[in-house]
Design a protein around this ligand. Structure first.
Ligand SMILES: Cc1cc2nc3c(=O)[nH]c(=O)nc-3n(C[C@H](O)[C@H](O)[C@H](O)COP(=O)(O)O)c2cc1C
Length: 349
């Protein structure tokens, strides 16, 4: 059914327009209690593969990856579709329009996407206020929300730490975890921050700002993770893992889009990422030990792909491109499969 809709309608639309319309529809439906209930029934009810992490109950190990809901408009709509958590962002300290369109392309033969969005977002002050209002509601408090932060384009790389810290201070009080994104290919110089000497001050400043803000808000510390690119060499992955351990960070999100392709500018997402994503997650688990939280992302289209990430050591998984190609049943289907696995392993214990 979705395949037909995709082939006949969606793929003929400009990809960014299709995203805007579908996202508006999801948000609209989730705002109407009767419709929300109906969609929940059609999708088979809320996910049941509960996990407790960082003092919260996560309904599913599958989350929505960063970039889909950049400004935190649609958290409740996306949890309605069966995602157990939503990573909002990337949010930057300054509002910014992102790159000139066109900046999002479908790569149909690989069921992939290529984007050079460039962190279009409303800025961390506006997004923090939106999340504050969301958290003032019962449903908003029940949702598990990560917030992914990045460097504003106008901020020189030398001042990156202050830029990240500004956003962390604004957003940490409303986030269940924060992600320092140093791996998007569409902000000049950003990925150089993955080198540990550049990354250390960014992570330290972010940690301090987030801690100060959560203390002021009267809540416990906000878990902090770093998101890395699939294009790092194995040695660089190891170096990031060492830094994460040294600074006592909570974990790593792996992986962002890849620039290892010849399709034009921007980062590629979807199935071409799967194999490298699995390798990076396995490597991180080996280097970080059992305690760290690793969020595996890249190329998840089926329950088997998600299980693959969990099998090599991911604590949680995320997806974006799979949703575009597989449609509205995508998240519920994977969450249900992971929930069945979880309850089976509980009965086997
Ligand atoms: C259109 C688009 C925009 C994205 N924007 C962001 C972003 O703002 N921040 C980020 O950390 N990752 C961003 N990503 C990367 C995804 O979060 C994810 O890491 C990547 O797409 C791999 O997952 P997938 O294969 O399931 O799509 C974006 C991906 C796409 C396709």
């Amino acid at each position: 059914m979705y395949r037909l809709l995709f082939d006949l309608v969606l793929r003929r639309l400009d990809p960014e327009q299709a995203h805007a319309w579908s996202f508006a529809l999801i948000r609209g439906v989730s705002d109407v209690p009767g419709l929300r209930w109906l969609v929940g029934r059609v999708l088979g009810g809320p996910p049941t593969g509960a996990l407790t992490l960082w003092g919260r109950r996560w309904p599913s190990r599958l989350g929505l990856a960063a970039g889909f809901d950049k400004d935190g408009h649609g958290v409740l709509g996306m949890t309605m579709l069966g995602f157990g958590f939503v990573e909002v962002g990337t949010v930057t300290a300054q509002p910014q329009p992102g790159n000139e369109p066109p900046r999002l392309w479908r790569v149909l033969d690989q069921q992939a996407l290529r984007n050079r969005m460039g962190f279009n977002n409303e800025g961390s002050a506006v997004v923090a206020e939106r999340l504050r209002r969301l958290r003032a509601t019962r449903r908003g408090r029940a949702a598990v929300i990560g917030v992914n932060i990045g460097k504003s384009r106008v901020t020189p790389v030398e001042h990156a730490a202050t830029d990240y810290a500004t956003s962390a201070g604004r957003l940490a009080p409303y986030a269940d975890y924060l992600v320092v994104n140093v791996s998007s290919p569409n902000t000049p110089g950003l990925r150089d921050l993955q080198a540990v000497d550049a990354l250390r001050p960014v992570l330290e400043a972010t940690r301090v700002a987030a801690d100060e803000a959560t203390v002021r808000a009267g809540r416990g510390p906000c878990p902090l993770l770093v998101k890395i690119a699939p294009d790092l060499s194995d040695d660089d992955v190891d170096a990031v893992a060492e830094l994460v351990a040294e600074l006592g960070l909570d974990g790593v999100v792996a992986v962002n889009t890849t620039i290892a392709h010849d399709l034009g500018p921007g980062g590629l997402s979807g199935p071409p990422l799967l194999s490298r994503g699995l390798d990076v997650v396995a490597r991180l688990r080996d280097r970080l030990g059992p305690e760290a939280v690793i969020i595996g992302v890249g190329g998840i289209s089926t329950p088997a792909d998600a299980r693959g990430y969990l099998a090599v050591g991911a604590t949680l998984v995320q997806a974006y491109t799979g949703l575009i190609y597989r449609g509205p049943f995508f998240a519920a289907r994977i969450s249900r499969a992971l929930g069945v696995d979880a309850s089976r392993s509980r009965t086997e214990v």
